[in-house]
Ligand binder design. Sequence first.
Ligand code: KIV
Length: 277
Amino acid sequence: MSAQPPVPQRRITAPEIASRKGRDPIVSLTSYHAHTAAIADPFVDLLLVGDSLGMVMHGYESTVPVPLELMIMHGRAVVRGAKRALVVVDMPFGSYEESPAVAFRNAARVLKETGCGAIKLEGGVHMAETIRYLSERGIPVMSHIGMTPQAINTIGSFSPRGRFRSEWAEFEEDARAVAEAGAFAVVLEALAELLAARITKQIAIPTIGIGASAECDGQILVLEDMLGLSPRVPKFVKEYAQIGAGIEAAVKAFASEVSEPLLRRFDEAIEAARRGH
Ligand code: KIV
């Protein structure tokens, strides 16, 4: 009996993610490099090249300074590392807000130059026209509402949203607007749990929660946050490993193994000099 040829691995598509609404949960993580993408790929449905990389990897205070070229460079690396997951690349601040045409030009660059399967942008009602423009022209869009970090200079803090019922209508309207405009999924970041659960029931596209609700259709975390490797970790994040502490211990061990023989030779030379050799 001849062995069956291996089934070629096919990438998950944006429409496949959309079709998971209300079905098995969508497992998502961020990834910025080929090597972490390759490790996470067999276990996740979606890898987001988040502009959080500006804060997590590049030491910026916010995501605002992140340039499009940096997103493209990291996007390429993640697409090279992942074979199966849908790779979504974040549009950075300033690359899409001006007009649907500007957003299309920059998002088309991201798709062509990285090989990713979709882009993500922040904003609800006010970005609906752009979401429709992109989706109708072949660019799958994942939206991001709730706490939107690129708006830090107008919202003032990264604190959770929708704590008061009086604020809920605004977020529900955002969710409906992006779903009706053609987004294939929407990230709900740091939204009150009950509100995120209500939105999940109200709209026809999958919600992917981060610090929102277990009732969402999927969950996403920043990989470095859940690995214990980020400089600042939001309160809601469960750390599944302490990689930062592991790196510190390994570097310390290496440093002492390198410097101990040197110190020993130094001590021996002093001792020899003292004896008059
Ligand atoms: O930039 C990012 O990593 C994100 C996730 C937090 C959803 O937008």
